[in-house]
Design a protein around this ligand. Structure first.
Ligand SMILES: C[C@H]1O[C@H](OP(=O)(O)OP(=O)(O)OC[C@H]2O[C@@H](n3cnc4c(=O)[nH]c(N)nc43)[C@H](O)[C@@H]2O)[C@@H](O)[C@@H](O)C1=O
Length: 324
C-alpha cells in the first residue's frame, strides 16, 4: 500500500486529492495547522492527521518522519497572490522555505530507508508572471513579480536542485484551477457567488479589480489528476498543467451572469482600486503539450463548462449572501 503525505489537505486541491487517494486505497497522512481549521474541507475518517505549521521546520520534519511516506504532495502554503502582498515574510516561510525542509527530509528518509521517496511540488504559473512570452512552457524563463511568485520560484529551483541530487522530485506548474470548493477570495468564486446572490436578490453589486487580465482557468479535479500522474511517472520532471486557453475577467463575468439568468453584468459590477494589484500579469496561458505527450494528461472540462458548474453550485446553495 502506498503511504502518502499531503500538505494543504483541507484546501481545494488537497480535498480532491485526499478523496481520490483514499478511494484508491492509499494510506493517507495529512498535515493540518490545527484541528478544526475554520473554512477547511473536512478530512475523511481514514486519514491520519499530523498537526504542524509549515512555518515551523522542526515540527514539519517530525510530521514527515512520523508518517514515513512513499510520496509527499506539497499543496500547502499561502496560495493567494493578494495575501502574499499583505505578508511577504510569512509567504517566504510557508510557500518557499518549507519546501526546502520537505525536500531535505525526503532526501534523508530515502537515504535512511534506501528506498524511493517522491516529492510533488504544487508550483504556479505565477513563476512566469513577468514574461511577455505567451503561452508559457517549461522552458520559459522564471520571472516572478510578486512575493507569492518569488517564493514559488525559489521552491521550483530547490526542487530542481534535489532532483539533480537524485531525488524523485517534480514541480507541477499549475495554472489557475477552480471549482465550487474555491474560496471566495479568488476571483472566479467571487464572481459565481456574486452572480448567484444578485440573481437571488440578496446582493446588489459586485466589486472587482482589473477586468482586462487574462487567465487560463481549468477544472481543479483535472489538475489533481495531473499531480497523481506526475507522482507515478518513472522519471521526475517539471510539467506545465494548463488548458491552453485564456479568457478575460469580463469573459468570466459574461458567462457567469448568463448562467445565473442575468443578461448584462455591467449594471451590477463596479471596480475598486482596492482589488487592483501593485503588479499583475496581463496574460498567463500555459502550453501543456509536455504532460500531454509524456503522461497522457489533457483537461476534461473547458471554460464554459467550468463556469456553468460553479454557478449552478452557487445558485443551488441556500445562502448566497456571503461576499468577498
Ligand atoms: C496560478 C495562481 O492562480 C491563483 O492566483 P491568482 O491568479 O492570483 O487568482 P485570483 O483569482 O485571486 O486572481 C486572478 C486574476 O483576477 C484579477 N482580479 C480582478 N478583480 C479581482 C478581485 O476582485 N479579486 C481577486 N482575487 N482577483 C481579482 C487578479 O488581479 C488576477 O489577475 C491561485 O491559485 C494561486 O495559488 C496560483 O498559483
Amino acid at each position: 500500500m502506498t503511504r502518502v503525505f499531503i500538505t494543504g489537505a483541507t484546501g481545494q486541491d488537497g480535498s480532491y486529492l485526499v478523496e481520490r487517494l483514499v478511494a484508491e486505497g492509499a494510506e493517507v497522512h495529512a498535515l493540518v495547522r490545527r484541528r478544526f481549521e475554520p473554512g477547511a474541507n473536512a478530512l475523511p475518517s481514514e486519514v491520519v492527521e499530523h498537526v504542524a505549521d509549515l512555518a515551523t521546520p522542526a515540527a514539519l520534519r517530525d510530521a514527515i518522519n512520523a508518517a514515513e511516506p512513499d510520496v509527499i504532495y506539497n499543496l500547502g502554503g499561502i496560495s493567494s497572490v493578494a495575501a502574499s502582498w499583505a505578508d511577504p515574510l510569512a509567504t517566504s516561510a510557508v510557500t518557499g522555505t518549507a519546501v526546502g525542509v520537505i525536500l531535505e527530509t525526503a532526501w534523508q528518509l530515502r537515504t535512511r530507508h534506501d528506498r524511493d521517496v517522491r516529492v510533488i511540488q504544487a508550483s504556479s504559473a505565477e513563476i512566469f508572471a513577468g514574461t511577455s512570452i505567451v503561452p508559457q512552457n517549461e522552458s520559459t524563463p522564471v520571472s516572478p513579480i510578486n512575493p507569492y511568485g518569488a517564493a514559488k520560484s525559489y521552491a521550483a529551483h530547490l526542487v530542481d536542485v534535489y532532483r539533480r541530487r537524485g531525488l524523485h522530485a517534480s514541480s507541477a506548474i499549475l495554472y489557475n484551477h477552480e471549482s465550487p470548493r474555491r474560496p471566495i477570495a479568488f476571483v472566479t468564486r467571487k464572481i459565481t457567488n456574486g452572480a448567484a446572490a444578485i440573481a437571488a436578490g440578496t446582493q446588489d453589486q459586485l466589486t472587482l479589480g482589473d477586468l482586462t487580465v487574462r487567465r487560463d482557468w481549468g477544472w481543479a479535479p483535472d489538475f489533481v489528476d495531473a499531480l497523481v500522474r506526475i507522482a507515478s511517472a518513472d522519471r521526475p520532471s517539471d510539467y506545465v498543467v494548463a488548458t491552453g486557453v485564456s479568457h478575460t475577467i469580463e469573459d468570466f463575468l459574461t458567462a457567469a451572469f448568463d448562467e445565473a439568468g442575468i443578461g448584462d453584468w455591467r449594471p451590477y459590477v463596479q471596480t475598486d482600486p482596492r482589488f487592483i494589484r501593485p503588479t499583475d500579469a496581463a496574460d498567463l496561458r500555459g502550453d501543456a503539450s509536455k504532460i500531454a505527450e509524456e503522461l497522457g494528461w489533457t483537461p476534461s472540462v473547458g471554460f464554459e463548462d467550468l463556469v456553468r458548474r460553479m454557478v449552478r453550485h452557487d445558485v443551488g446553495r441556500a445562502d448566497t449572501s456571503v461576499t468577498g
